[in-house]
Design a binder for this molecule. Structure first.
Ligand code: HEM
Length: 177
């Protein structure tokens, strides 16, 4: 990274990072806890799935904008965890987080297409008896666990920098001079 690397991420990165974090945690939380408990015959179920699908599609757009910004905007120098193995693990975790986010939006959009969700949302088609009849549903479920595991790792690493290395790394993903 050049000497002109900024101290912090660009404010647009900061906004999108925290917005995506909030939306993804909400989607994972609701997807794993609330959604499975609602009976497909419940009239609220299609509405719930509709919000899930459209928030998911918005996340796809945010992901594309974020990846473009990664290449277009200057970024701070790579973080130093004080050990080459940890530095490698940090870089690999970031790449895998992008891969799993992409996996969630692509498998979700696959389901949207396969299960003809617009017809389900408008009431023109019944709520699918079993989404697992569509192969994309298994991918969506599997990648959701991988994404959760890597978010936990990402959070753990941020806490390691904050409280053990005390290097103020979190401030790079916040506003300031
Ligand atoms: C980052 C984006 C997304 C996240 C984090 C997410 C999360 C989840 C989770 C955690 C589940 C339950 C998985 C399980 O425990 O097996 C789920 C189910 C589902 N998601 Fe997503 N999702 C995302 C995007 C999408 C998109 C874009 C769509 C469609 C356009 C979608 C459609 C569905 C459907 C149809 C189900 C199955 C519901 C059911 O079985 O009743 N998801 N999602």
């Amino acid at each position: 990274m050049s000497e002109t690397a900024p101290k912090r991420y660009h404010p647009a990165h900061v906004v999108i990072h925290w917005l995506m974090a909030l939306l993804i945690l909400m989607m994972l939380g609701v997807g794993k806890t609330v959604m499975p408990g609602v009976d497909p015959a419940d009239p609220q179920k299609p509405m719930m799935l509709q919000s899930h699908a459209y928030i998911g599609i918005s996340l796809a757009a945010l992901l594309v904008i974020r990846v473009i910004m990664l290449f277009v905007l200057k970024r701070p120098a790579p973080a130093d965890a004080g050990n080459p193995v940890l530095n490698f693990a940090g870089r690999a975790t970031h790449i895998l987080l992008y891969v799993f986010m992409l996996g969630m939006v692509l498998s979700g959009m696959g389901l949207f297409q396969m299960a003809n969700l617009p017809a389900v949302f408008s009431g023109a088609a019944p709520y699918p008896a079993n989404f697992f009849d569509y192969p994309a549903r298994n991918g969506h479920g599997l990648v959701s666990w991988l994404l959760l595991a890597f978010i936990a790792l990402h959070f753990g690493a941020a806490m390691f920098h904050q409280f053990i290395r005390k290097d103020g790394l979190l401030e790079r993903m916040w506003f300031g001079k």
